[in-house]
Ligand binder design. Structure first.
Ligand SMILES: [Zn+2]
Length: 186
């Protein structure tokens, strides 16, 4: 578990060892890889802690930007237990493509993060949370964008086909993760 202070030290120390995957590198570039071939920015809001960050975690010129990545990991931490981990970079890419895609159509919205990384203890206290949830590994996020229907967001996520997508329409959010490609609604 990390506090804000040692998280920053942790990230700096660990940055050289971070493994950053490339979408499409195995099967050749695809439209998703092309969508990622630009500066990757995220505008995130954490309603729980009232934090907001606009960050760039990858640039066309310099590649991975550790400061931006660290900021994203902090925003996606377990707020309740003040614990952060290195988030799956592919998850950031999924969030980025969704946000950019909407912005391309004139729908500029912050991503509101309800949940990102979760400690095992936190997860065990949540009703209905999967025991081996991707949240435990920093590979999932529950999000919504005010003004955008969760159904539309879920459909975008499914079209991306980069992992799991859960639609929680009544509760007004979607779950995206970097597990196998699958979808569900509840
Ligand atoms: Zn979730």
């Amino acid at each position: 578990m990390l506090t804000r202070r040692n998280f920053i030290q942790f990230s700096l120390g660990a940055s050289a060892a971070l493994a950053f995957p490339e979408i499409g590198s195995a099967a050749g570039p695809d439209w998703r890889a092309q969508a990622l071939n630009r500066d990757r920015n995220l505008s995130l809001i954490r309603p729980d802690s009232k934090e907001k960050a606009t960050l760039c975690y990858w640039t066309q010129r310099g590649g991975w930007n550790v400061d931006g990545y660290r900021q994203a990991c902090w925003l996606l931490r377990d707020v309740k237990y003040s614990a952060a981990v290195n988030m799956d970079t592919g998850l950031l890419d999924t969030l980025f493509i969704m946000q950019m895609w909407l912005a391309t159509y004139g729908q500029k919205h912050d991503i509101h993060v309800l949940s990102g990384y979760r400690t095992a203890h936190h997860n065990s206290t949540l009703e209905g949370a999967a025991k081996n949830s991707m949240h435990l590994y920093g590979r999932a996020s529950d999000i919504y964008m005010p003004g955008v229907s969760p159904v539309l967001l879920a459909n975008m996520g499914k079209m991306l086909g980069l992992g799991g997508v859960g639609l929680y329409a009544k509760r007004g959010f979607i779950h995206v993760d970097k597990g196998s490609v699958r979808s569900w609604s509840s």
